[in-house]
Design a protein around this ligand. Sequence first.
Ligand code: AMP
Length: 216
Amino acid sequence: MNIILLGPPGSGKGTQAERLRNARRLTHIATGDLFRENLKNKTELGLLAQGYMNAGKLVPDDVTVAMLRERMLRPDVSPNGILFDGFPRTIAQADALRDLLSSLDKKVDAVIHLVVSDEELVSRLSGRLICRECQTPFHQVNNPFKSCPFNKCEGQYLYQRDDDKPETVRARLQTFHQQTSPLIDYYSQAGVLKTIAGEGAVDEVTQAMLVALGDV
Ligand code: AMP
């Protein structure tokens, strides 16, 4: 099953992706993580993406789709399917994904739309801390670091993403409303959209997602 997690920045896509990936044994592909990995390794792609990311803008579609395509075609992809996180973010990307999947005789089976108010998103993002090694998100107030889920560190790799600074957060939310939210209609018309309230406890949101996918 190929599933898309669709939601604004800070809606919990990363946290829920981890859980859904484990429940369904899917390959998790997060385009934001791929860009950050490229940035860490100072690749040409990473340096190109950096300017857009720090401005809260989208990296151009052709670059993003080429990166996604390369990742999707690697041999380690699970036969159970892919969990797309942060992709697609524009109608052009959604069309490209449909074509890519259809060339593999596959399709988008479900789109989980996580709904969270802007006010809550700003508070979540401004306190967010991420582990540089395993990408697990924590929050200064709501979910402070206690232990590493992989038992690998003592929290020494936590950092605030450059794009979680308040000015960039506002730009990212605007980008979501302008360029990504049309996908809600796009997938609703395709009959695959599952709308989930994303403001409850993490376990409740996971449960609601599994119910929507028919797992429970
Ligand atoms: P994320 O980690 O998903 O919040 O993504 C961080 C940043 O990476 C975004 O603000 C964009 O600049 C860039 N990015 C990630 N995914 C995409 C995408 N599908 N299309 C364009 N830019 C993206």
